[in-house]
Design a protein around this ligand. Sequence first.
Ligand SMILES: *Cc1c(COP(=O)(O)O)cnc(C)c1O
Length: 379
Amino acid sequence: MNTIPLLDLVGQYQQIGDEITEAVAAVLASGAYIGGPVVETFEQQFANYVGVSECVACNSGTDALFLALRALGIGPGDEVITTPFTFIATAEVIQRVGATPVFVDVDAHTYNLDLDQVESAIGPRTKAIIPVHLFGQPVDMTRLSAIAAQHQLAIVEDCAQATGATWADRPVGSWGIMGCFSFYPTKNLGACGDGGAITTHDPAIAAKLRMLRNHGQSQRYLYEIGGVNSRLDAIQAAILTVKLRYLDQWNAQRQAAADRYTRLLQSLPGLLPPQPQPGGKSVWNQYTLRVTDSQADPGQTNRRDTLRQYLQTHGIGSMVYYPIPLHLQPVYAHLGYQPGQLPVSEQLATEVLSLPLFPELTAAQQTQIVYVLKDYCGG
Ligand SMILES: *Cc1c(COP(=O)(O)O)cnc(C)c1O
């Protein structure tokens, strides 16, 4: 039995290992290990890629979101609207600047913010909206931008899982006042360590971000604002610059694999493949389907969890992103959300299952995975 992991970072490294080694060796020999020309080159290239004038690299996707909220001056007393069906970092940064997250339920098909419900969550304290392009699928930014403009709210895009995705042929990260990216190794553009970046069209915001990420310093030992240490290492920037050249190719490979899954899984009883929204181009950070009869028998073991076990015993990795929506996490108990309040997110938490997906995944591996799924589901 060949085991198939949820993701495999080694295959990609083997493909471009020589280029990475060379780029890293050049940084080691240069003596410029934090910031410097290698980081600046990456920032320029990444800004071009996203179609903006400015890119400010930092230490992680989490810090990118944090710095973005700080750059907007969001703090105590302010509210920020976001999705409860995301990685914790999205909401964590809202709390970290002292503001309050306001969770709006998601759409059952896109898993992204339900734009029909955003407007009713806007109040006098609302300052910004953080849409998350979850699993690589872009939010309808045309519509969200119109809502935000009407209420004079800032949009900070969480692009952590969507590097290279577009809405209406325009890259994510170029729609909002800022776009926040993660280069965590498992993201579409992944470093060999932590990394992140903020993109923006606004040079004044970029200047503020550059201060914030470096202790609030405007010139050496002159501190204008309270900042943090959140810079990108030159070694990571060098690796990312190499990998950026391959990103479109890798995303196309992910797209092909996703299409193949969807074709093969179309008529399996109890499985609902992800449904990309027309107008957007997903980059498939995850291939996440719904096991739709997970809740059929209350009191029984969740069918999604049983399927996951079954895949495991057949050597196939899978993962649940995310098992508990953020509004029901203990850390947000003080916000007072109750079970049943954001029902779509809660249902998805019991139904979603992410299958192996990475650029190097082969058709033969997918056939093997689908064979096991068919065996389990019947049909
Ligand atoms: C990964 C991720 C982050 C955080 O990125 P890090 O680089 O790990 O800090 C934020 N939001 C989402 C949706 C993510 O998937």
